[in-house]
Design a binder for this molecule. Structure first.
Ligand SMILES: *Cc1c(COP(=O)(O)O)cnc(C)c1O
Length: 375
């Protein structure tokens, strides 16, 4: 079986360095909020091109705490509307509702699967206070257009960069476009820890200070609490692991791009729709870091069964849109035809940076051998 993402062989590339990072932490006797965290935060801020990076426990907390910080700073209040893509992972929406803000789901561009700036404009009301673009599947959202809308209407921008580590346009990386950005270091992300992890990047000093307190019980100084904060920490072992893995990120991204290019050239089946450049700007496509290689087919379930029979593991990102989730009955009365169609048709092909050439060819052949009799 060609696995969807082989984390064991991916991490074994840097086995020695990971073990020695862990050993260093074990032997240091210091496990929370120490030098490993500071070093990783500095390196990751530097990588993204931002002034600050604040490590937290996971990607959901990174988004939730940023919105929370803006509430503490008086920039958002309960009931304010936040524009978010209708086809994102549920965490983007959870971060909004956890803060008692109102998510306004907006249909994606059907080619890039990312927020459509025109649809964002149409969704703006007097209550809109923020936009939460998601760099879905590893492709930057149309940030130049989104930033200009935000500027025009005085809106905050929080990037969900959980799938976009290192994606850039004109040298400006994911994480450095919005007023802030949330990252996830879940093991399967392009920069993944050996457990949970997350971070916020920003150039805003006041926001960074507020986040430092919020992640630490609302406290800058021990036993003095200015906010009703939470405990959301990126611990020393994960920070040490992430510092190692960050050094491999660009190389892994190059390997992901090479696999994607082979898929784009090799898969020629007419029932399989390949990822396309954004209809707005081909440069956005260049920025793709290929967290996922997502194809579409009207016969998605049959295609998935065929690929499984050929020994190719695939996944669906995502089978149920936020608007159809039991957790959010308020969306049931609305219709999101583009997002719903995407959820019915998408299928993610294997894309481990460590895949062999033979495996890549086997995936291409399996796709091209999908026949009508499989339907
Ligand atoms: C993974 C992911 C998250 C959440 O990250 P966790 O670390 O799992 O909490 C948020 N948004 C998107 C788009 C994601 O893919």
């Amino acid at each position: 079986m060609i696995s969807f993402l082989n984390l064991k062989s991916l991490n074994s590339v840097m086995n020695e360095e990971l073990l020695s990072a862990c050993k260093r932490v074990v032997e240091s006797g210091w496990y929370i909020a120490g030098n490993e965290l500071l070093e990783f935060e500095t390196a990751f801020a530097d990588y993204c091109g931002t002034k600050h990076c604040i490590g937290v426990a996971n990607g959901l907390d990174a988004l939730t705490l940023t919105l929370r910080a803006w509430k503490e700073l008086g920039k958002l209040k309960e009931g304010d509307e936040v524009i978010v893509p209708a086809n994102t992972y549920i965490a983007s929406v959870l971060a909004i509702t956890e803060n008692r803000l109102v998510p306004v789901l907006v249909e994606p561009d059907p080619q890039s699967y990312n927020l459509s700036p025109d649809a964002v404009r149409k969704a703006i009301t007097s209550k809109t206070k923020a936009i939460l673009p998601v760099h879905l599947y590893g492709q930057l959202a149309d940030m130049p257009a989104i930033l200009s809308i935000a500027e025009e209407h005085g809106l905050l921008v929080l990037e969900d960069s959980a799938q976009g580590h290192g994606a850039s346009i004109g040298g400006r990386k994911a994480g450095s476009w919005g007023n802030a950005s949330g990252f996830s270091f879940y093991p399967g992300k392009n920069l993944g820890a050996l457990g949970d992890g997350g971070a916020i990047t920003t150039n805003d000093d006041e926001l960074a200070q507020t986040l430092l307190a919020l992640r630490n019980y609302g406290s800058h100084e021990r036993y003095k609490n200015i906010y009703q904060g939470v405990n959301s920490r990126l611990d020393e072992i994960q920070a040490a692991v992430l510092s190692v893995k960050l050094r491999y990120l660009d190389e892994h991204t190059r390997q992901r791009k090479a696999i994607s290019n082979a898929y784009l050239k090799g898969i020629t089946h007419k029932e399989i729709v390949l990822p396309l450049a954004s209809s707005i700007d081909a440069e956005l496509f260049e920025s793709h870091v290929w967290h996922l290689f997502v194809v579409r087919s009207k016969h998605r379930d049959a295609l998935q069964a065929h690929l499984t029979a050929c020994g190719v593991q695939t996944l669906i990102h995502y089978p149920i849109p936020p608007s159809k989730q039991q957790a959010y009955p308020q969306f049931y009365e609305h219709s999101y035809p583009v997002a719903e169609l995407i959820h019915k048709e998408v299928l993610s092909l294997p894309i481990s940076p460590v895949m062999t050439e033979a495996e890549v060819i086997a995936v291409i052949d399996a796709c091209n051998s999908f026949t009508v009799s499989d339907l």
